[in-house]
Design a protein around this ligand. Structure first.
Ligand code: URA
Length: 180
């Protein structure tokens, strides 16, 4: 499964790997996590067709397990080529797996990766693109589910939802301020 969206997108999202729904439909981010990603975009008044969405892995890991290093290594050249082709103004890593591949750094926590603008660099094609890291929509769903089970009362959007929106607003701001 390759990617979906506008080949001239200003914003390019990178997720982890297709899940069962994506596997069935051949399109990234169409299941529950995808619907949440679309909701984030709606809140920014960004049609999904205007952005580009891809994954680190191009195939679904059996049983939805975490990607293995050899799988990431096999698939990463496709993602690198996609980034060179799209040349977005800003890249958004959804979660730890995308962030550690795009930053070529392991063992970082999302908490430490959020809240600053990184640079994604590729020697090939002389690529240097601002990179924002945020929570994966599946993590947002999981966290909200945990809160609901613990009886946490909420009025309005959850903290983790707001955190993602803050990150995405920043990505949008940078994309509108930076030349291509
Ligand atoms: N989660 C991902 O990381 N990617 C998808 O395409 C769907 C769910």
């Amino acid at each position: 499964m390759f990617g979906v969206g506008n080949p001239e997108a200003d914003l390019m999202f990178v997720g982890e790997a297709p899940g069962a729904d994506e596997d069935r439909q051949g399109v990234p981010f169409v299941g529950r996590a995808g619907q949440r990603l679309t909701a984030f975009l709606d809140e920014l008044s960004l049609p999904r067709e205007q952005v580009y969405i891809a994954n680190v892995l191009k195939c679904r890991p059996p049983g939805n397990r975490d990607p293995q290093p050899n799988e990431v290594a096999e698939c990463s050249r496709f993602l690198e080529a996609q980034i060179r082709a799209i040349q977005p103004r800003v890249l958004i890593a959804l979660g730890r797996h995308a962030a550690s591949l795009l930053l070529r750094r392991q063992n970082l926590t999302l908490r430490n990766l959020r809240g600053r603008t990184w640079k994604y660099e590729q020697a090939k094609g002389n690529v240097a693109i601002p990179l924002i890291v945020t929570y994966h929509p599946s993590f947002v769903l999981r966290r909200e589910g945990d809160d609901a089970r613990r009886g946490v009362k909420r009025h309005g959007p959850s903290e983790v939802h707001e955190a993602v929106m803050t990150d995405l607003r920043e990505a949008l701001r940078i994309s509108r301020a930076s030349p291509r």
